[in-house]
Design a protein around this ligand. Structure first.
Ligand code: NAD
Length: 341
């Protein structure tokens, strides 16, 4: 079990999920090292965490600006570290179809560098971010850990290779390596801009600007949209597993929501904000399905419940409400994990 004096490394610390892990660990008084090359991460995410946790807790954080693809950067980052939460990657299925080499280098070569450095440095536990995309074209919507289909994008290949590299590293070194297959994560600080932005921040931004967002396909395809605090919770549980453990677990909510239903809910939340009534008139534009997208996906949580004791802490509706408030700049947006402590 990680102890209060342990030092944690978060790779991808300036990204969306990494910055939430950082905030939670610093609030809990932990010492944290962060590694990021700022390819998609932002300095503003770190300044936001600094402002939220205060100077005293922030002093326990050390940032290394470096690239996972460099073995030297990985060696420097794991020095003196007890637990690694590995989040750094180039994400997005569409990005990987356009830039497959960059995605494979960052996600696969970068991960094997990190796993080897961690094992050599005597790190006790590594938790790493995999993805529901590894299920590929499996025929049922409900995703169970042992049943994998064919990958549908280079991103999915990179995450599957990462899981296999983790299993091989574990077999040869006995370092504890736990993978978490995240399902469509959303929350404050997720990037709403650019061609590879995820659907929830992109649509919230469009609705706030009273612009029409695009739905690819007929909108009946469903996803297990998961608030980032559920992801943080799962990482902490995985980091507390016994020494020498290995395995891969789904992290979602176990509930599916269609893109059409998601759009309706977001529109209602945005239109309910002061001065945003015009959002209720916004209609979604239809576009053909995108290459690499799966039909429907929903996490089976049995294994995560059994082995990690994982249970979602934030449901979709409260998570969306909080995220809409964040993007609308409503002051005092609550932190669920802090509120439940
Ligand atoms: N957001 C989701 O819905 C989702 C779903 C499934 C899996 N994941 C996985 O979760 C992890 C975090 O995703 P996120 O949404 O926070 O993405 P993000 O893009 O916000 O964060 C990724 C971070 O990794 C950094 N990074 C990328 N390549 C790097 C490299 N070579 N060296 C050092 N740093 C590097 C980026 O600068 C960024 O700060 C990723 O591994 C992603 O594949 C995310």
């Amino acid at each position: 079990m990680p102890g209060p004096s342990d030092t944690w490394l978060i790779t991808g610390v300036a990204g969306f999920i990494g910055s939430h892990l950082l905030e939670t660990l610093l609030r809990a008084g932990r010492h944290v090292v962060g590694l990021d090359n700022f390819s998609t991460g932002k300095k503003e995410n770190l300044s936001d965490v600094e402002a939220r946790v205060g100077a005293e807790r922030w002093a326990r954080f050390r940032l290394i600006e470096g690239d996972l693809r460099s073995p030297n950067a990985c060696e420097a980052a794991v020095r003196g570290v007890d637990v690694v939460l590995h989040q750094a990657a180039l994400s997005s299925v569409p990005r990987s179809l356009v830039h497959p080499v960059q995605v494979l280098e960052a996600n696969t070569i970068g991960s094997v560098n990190l796993f080897s450095s961690a094992a050599q440095a005597g790190v006790s536990r590594v938790v790493y971010a995999s993805s529901s995309s590894v299920y590929g074209d499996v025929s049922t919507a409900l995703r169970r850990e042992p049943v994998l289909g064919e990958p549908m994008s280079p991103y999915a290949v990179s995450k599957r290779a990462m899981e296999q590299l983790a299993a091989v590293t574990h077999r040869n070194t006995c370092i504890a390596l736990t993978g978490l297959r995240y399902f469509n994560v959303f929350g404050p600080r997720q990037n709403p801009d650019g061609p590879y932005a995820a659907v929830i921040p992109r649509w919230i931004r469009a609705l706030l600007d009273a612009e029409c967002p695009v739905i690819y396909g007929n909108g009946t395809q469903s996803r297990d949209f998961t608030h980032v605090d559920n992801i943080v919770r799962a990482n902490l549980l995985a980091a507390a597993r016994p020494a020498g453990s290995c395995g891969v677990f789904n992290v979602g909510t176990g509930h599916g929501t269609s893109l059409n239903a998601l759009f309706e809910t977001l529109r209602t939340h945005v239109a309910a904000l002061p001065g945003r009534a015009k959002a209720s008139e916004v209609r979604a534009l239809a576009a053909p399905p995108r290459a690499g997208d799966v039909a429907s996906a929903l996490a089976d949580l049995d294994l995560a419940r059994q082995e990690l004791g994982y249970e979602p802490v934030v449901n979709l509706d409260e998570g969306l409400r909080q995220t809409v408030s964040h993007f609308a700049g409503v002051r005092g947006t609550r932190n669920f994990l802090e509120a439940r402590r």
